[in-house]
Design a binder for this molecule. Structure first.
Ligand code: AQP
Length: 340
């Protein structure tokens, strides 16, 4: 009896889903804006996290490097505290339902709405020699990722807000046409750290594919590398550590320090009153390095155990296939595909 009650309680947990591309080692932005929060949600929610390898094909990748990065990214998720005993963890391309639903949704998506996506505009400007159809229809695949699992909430950084709104639009459109099929997901965007900025151009978001390695911290950077990158971070010609419009570099460092230490912006201003930027940058570097120590150690251990990683992603793929098949079958029936 008690077991049944517990099972029902588990049944009622809200579903959280999010993914990350294996386009390189996760940055401090990915960590603060997304992955750090994913770990914290595992007890309260039914969580599903995946490596979005299909999404990363929208930019030209070296095949061998992508394979390695995908396995490394999987290990990184676990190293950041995603526990496969509590959460579903898998690799997107291992679950064909993502591509199948993406196709159906793209047939319910208008050219005009995809043309408005800022990520498409940014990435097509950055990769002008490869403005492919996948880059354009990326949001339909992201919508499929989310809707297949009937997610209630999607924890993402600020840059993904527009894609989330698109997901809600396409799901609502489909539900209006065919009756309730998809849960309409909410974005879960952290109050602080949802947009960690580049250390070199603090008006631009920190990105793992930035050409300048000094612009981002990766979560596997060694302590001396982290400290040096913060030392070189672009700030301004003033001396005061305070959060104010126009002080983009300092605002970014203060936000990072605040999320890592739990101190408020006011407390940080007090802590560094009368001290220069040098002291402040060193403190940020040391705090970040310490925060990431466990991740570095976990990754070292996990990435050496390929058999364990394979076992976890195989089990994840099986479970994800079973969940997503239910939604996909519903969709196929509703749009008129002959179900075998
Ligand atoms: N700078 C950031 N600040 C806060 N959150 C961020 N995220 C990304 N950058 C920041 C969040 O990280 C999650 C995973 O992102 P992704 O790997 O799927 O793709 P992305 O948003 O395109 O991240 P990158 O680092 O900029 O990758 P590349 O350089 O390959 O394009 C998402 O929740 C995202 O919001």
């Amino acid at each position: 009896m008690e077991g049944t009650e517990q099972a029902e309680k588990k049944e009622k947990k809200k579903v959280i889903l999010s993914g990350i591309q294996p386009t390189g080692v996760f940055t401090l932005g990915n960590y603060i804006g997304a992955v750090k929060n994913w770990g914290k949600m595992q007890d309260e929610y039914d969580c599903a996290y995946f490596i979005a390898d299909l999404h990363s094909l929208t930019i030209r990748q070296d095949p061998a490097a992508l394979r390695k990065q995908s396995l490394d990214a999987f290990a990184l998720l676990l190293a950041c505290g995603i526990d496969p005993e509590k959460s579903l963890v898998f690799i997107q391309s291992h679950v064909p339902a993502h591509s199948e639903l993406s196709w159906v949704l793209s047939c319910y998506t208008q050219f005009g709405e995809l043309s408005r996506m800022t990520q498409f505009k940014d990435k097509s400007a950055r990769h002008a020699d490869n403005v492919n159809a996948g880059l354009f229809t990326y949001p339909a695949l992201m919508a499929a990722d989310i809707l297949l699992y009937q997610a209630d909430m999607v924890p993402v950084g600020h840059d993904q807000k527009q894609h989330l709104e698109f997901t809600r639009d396409v799901a609502t459109r489909f539900n209006n046409l065919y009756g309730s099929t998809f849960k309409i997901p909410e974005a879960y965007i952290p109050k602080a750290g949802a947009r960690v900025m580049s250390l070199q151009e603090p008006t631009k978001k920190m990105s793992k594919s930035d050409e300048n390695p000094n612009a981002f911290i990766t979560i596997l950077d060694e302590p001396n590398v982290i400290i040096n990158k913060f030392k070189r971070a672009v700030t301004d010609s003033e001396k005061e550590v305070c959060f104010r419009e126009g002080k983009d570099g300092i605002n970014n460092l203060m936000t990072i320090y605040s999320v890592i230490t739990g101190r408020t912006l006011e407390q940080i201003e007090q802590e560094f009153e009368g001290k220069g930027y040098g002291d402040f940058k060193l403190a940020v570097g040391e705090a970040v390095s310490e925060e990431l120590r466990e991740v570095r150690e976990n990754f070292k251990r996990l990435s050496a155990d390929k058999a364990y990683l394979e076992q976890v992603y195989q089990a994840g793929a099986q479970k994800a296939a079973a969940i997503s098949a239910r939604t996909l079958a519903k969709v196929k029936k509703k749009v008129g595909l002959l179900v075998k």
